[in-house]
Design a protein around this ligand. Structure first.
Ligand SMILES: Nc1ncnc2c1ncn2[C@@H]1O[C@H](COP(=O)(O)OP(=O)(O)OP(=O)(O)O)[C@@H](O)[C@H]1O
Ligand SMILES: [Mg+2]
Length: 228
């Protein structure tokens, strides 16, 4: 379970303060699929980065299964991320000098799995890249790179998946494919999914839609899929 209390983020620049998050209270039960939507600049990416421990808040707490991650040091955070979180960010952070399968194997090795090669090959097959194993990221299309980053995010079987506009730059076919994979991870592995999106039809796949405005949660609505 993720429990966020009175979370704030402010930045100081040019002699004045910018309040990016103004007090977020939010509880996400295990296995829930949540979509976060809202206008550009409303704080969606900032919130996701704080939950991932990639950025430090100005105030408040983020409890993941009772542990306040805002109190952890960098090493403890890295361990937590490797064990529990899967990230799908817009710029995919793929390593350009490694092939597709090497990118996934590296992630698999970091999690200490017993058969990194086999597992990576299986995952790449699952995202439809079985015939692109030895291509470098620069030799893959945008949609293929996005699917590669998805395979890499799934390799440690994360129980919390954080996705920032994972379908943002994709055509409808590739976007549907990514979404199906995320939905499958949610259904089969019962992972918690927190997905930022601008697209209403993507948000509708979730169980709960949070709308952000001006650094706070303006609405919190269950979807028709919430009973599932
Ligand atoms: N490092 C920074 N310095 C100054 N302002 C920042 C910084 N990072 C974010 N902001 C500001 O914080 C606000 C929230 O940014 P954030 O990236 O969280 O928005 P977002 O909801 O993800 O927007 P988008 O939909 O465009 O991705 C914006 O007004 C942005 O300009
Ligand atoms: Mg953003």
């Amino acid at each position: 379970m993720i429990e966020i209390q009175q979370l704030t983020k402010s930045l100081h620049g040019g002699g004045h303060r910018v309040d990016i998050l103004t007090g977020i209270d939010l509880t996400i039960p295990d296995g829930q699929f949540v979509a976060i939507t809202g206008p550009s600049g409303s704080g969606k990416t900032t919130l996701l980065s704080l939950i991932a421990g990639l950025d430090a808040p100005t105030g408040g707490s983020i409890l993941v299964d009772g542990e306040d991650i805002t109190k952890l040091n960098e090493d403890e955070l890295a361990l937590l991320r490797g064990r529990r979180f899967g990230f799908i960010f817009q710029n995919f952070h793929l390593i350009p000098t490694l092939t597709a399968i090497e990118n996934v194997i590296l992630a698999a090795e970091l999690t200490g799995t017993s058969s990194p090669h086999k597992q990576s090959e299986d995952l790449l097959g699952m995202v439809g890249l079985g015939d692109r194993l030895h291509h470098y990221p620069s030799q893959l299309s945008g949609g293929e790179q996005q699917r590669l980053s998805l395979a890499r995010a799934f390799v440690n079987e994360p129980d919390i998946v954080l996705a920032d506009e994972p379908t943002g730059n994709l055509d409808s076919k590739n976007s549907g494919r990514i979404l199906d994979l995320i939905a499958e991870l949610h259904r089969v592995k019962q992972a918690t999914i927190i997905l930022v999106t601008h697209e209403p039809h993507v948000a509708e796949r979730s169980q709960r839609i949070l709308t952000m405005a001006d650094g706070r949660i303006a609405s919190d609505t269950p979807t028709s899929a919430s009973g599932r």
